[in-house]
Design a protein around this ligand. Structure first.
Ligand code: ATP
Length: 377
């Protein structure tokens, strides 16, 4: 079977374009290797570059041009790097966040944020168990404190109000996606993170979590051995630092997920190591957890690993949704090449006080892909 996929690509701002080009090259190379080794199960990607972000806002007055959204919707999957520039803002002083607008536009309710220690990359925890950190944080991504249906309110110069929205419709989809992901990972624990002791909205969130859990347990989709529990977000901030190896799949509200996923990225070396996927019923966007990092843009210092692993997640999602063996193999090739590139410990990126820049990481991962190609000839 020959699989040809259209991939909409938003290279964005800051370090975005720097990490996007090498990522697309590695994805294409992995697909070529897979196709040459098994022409009966080939795969190719057509990358469609689309404008959005601060640069697009400056040139056409729209941070997320309608034509870009239309083309992204028509694609099989969307690859996005990072958008925004603190120097370029809306007239009210807020920053452009087209990547968040895209989540609303495409109803991407489940933000999947895998946190996995890469062998050879030492994060800040000295405990030996930190080498085996491997969990996923699922961040609800279209409501909570970011809900567009409850816009911010300014009452003169005296008061500002934000509203937190939890709906049964989105929460059920979110928890179903969480339990499906847990099944795929063979997870031993699924934890709901909230603040149900203070806010009724979170008590509602937790109630729906246990309803959905009951459904998955009764249907046999989730094993009765799985520990299903909950925790307050404040204690989770502590536990993620002191015993992250105790967790497997966690699910939480939008703002809590935003904050905890940065903390979690820190555990495995920094923002440059944390990939993500934003999944909806019809569309999916894959992007690193980091932003446009204007402080290091244009210097060749960005760590592209999170972007490469987001590309691997995109291919894995295509494999799952299109039953593509070739996409699954291309995804595995990229992940294995990233792991092999760091395994010797010679690469040390700037977040970890090293000197390895974008070109060094790309060259090392590319070399591992070439070795994989040679070994299958
Ligand atoms: P956003 O709000 O869009 O998430 P932000 O301003 O909170 O963005 P980032 O742009 O992710 O945050 O940057 C946070 C810090 O992490 C910065 O010091 C930045 O240089 C660093 N950083 C982010 N991404 C990378 C990367 N890929 N490699 C190295 N350092 C990075």
């Amino acid at each position: 079977m020959s699989n040809r996929f259209n991939i909409a690509v938003f290279e964005g701002d800051g370090i975005g374009p720097e990490v996007t080009g090498p990522c697309c090259e590695l994805m294409n190379k992995a697909c070529r290797i897979v196709s040459e080794s098994d022409p009966a199960n080939s795969i190719s990607l057509d990358m469609i570059m689309l404008p959005a972000g601060a640069k697009a806002y400056q040139s056409c007055g729209e941070a997320l041009p309608k034509s870009s959204v239309t083309q992204a919707k028509a694609a099989d999957a969307i690859l996005l790097s990072a958008m925004g520039d603190p120097q370029i803002r809306y007239p009210d002083g807020t920053e452009l966040t087209p990547q968040i607008d895209l989540r609303f536009e495409l109803e991407l309710y489940a933000g999947i944020r895998p946190i996995r220690s890469i062998p050879g990359v030492n994060g800040p925890l000295a405990d030996e168990r930190a080498k085996a950190i491997d969990f996923v944080l699922v961040r609800e991504s279209i409501e909570g404190l970011f809900a567009p249906q409850a816009p911010s309110k300014m009452l003169g110069n005296e008061q500002a109000e934000e509203t937190l929205v939890i709906t049964r419709r989105v929460s059920e989809k979110l928890f179903n996606a969480t339990f499906e992901l847990a099944k795929k990972r063979n997870a031993n624990r699924i934890t709901c993170i909230d603040k149900a002791n203070v806010f009724p909205a979170f008590a509602f969130f937790r109630k729906i979590f246990y309803e959905v859990a009951e459904h998955h347990l009764t249907s046999g989709n989730t094993s009765a051995e799985t520990l299903i529990d909950h925790a307050y977000v404040d204690i989770m901030a502590l536990n993620l630092l002191t015993r992250p190896w105790d967790y497997d799949v966690m699910v939480t509200e939008n703002m809590f997920g935003d904050i905890l996923s940065d903390l979690a990225a820190g555990l495995i070396g920094g923002m440059g190591y944390a990939p993500s996927a934003d999944i909806g019923d019809k569309h999916a966007v894959f992007q690193p957890c980091h932003g446009s990092a204007p402080d290091i843009a244009g210097k060749g210092l960005a760590n592209p690993t999170a972007m490469f692993l987001s590309g691997a997640m995109l291919l894995e999602w295509l494999a799952d949704t299109h039953h593509s063996v070739a996409a699954a193999r291309a995804s595995e090739l990229i992940t294995s090449a990233v792991d092999a590139a760091f395994a010797s410990g010679t690469l040390k990126t700037i977040e970890l006080g090293g000197q390895s820049g974008l070109a060094d990481v790309y060259a090392a991962v590319d070399k591992q892909l070439s070795s994989a190609e040679l070994s299958q000839k």
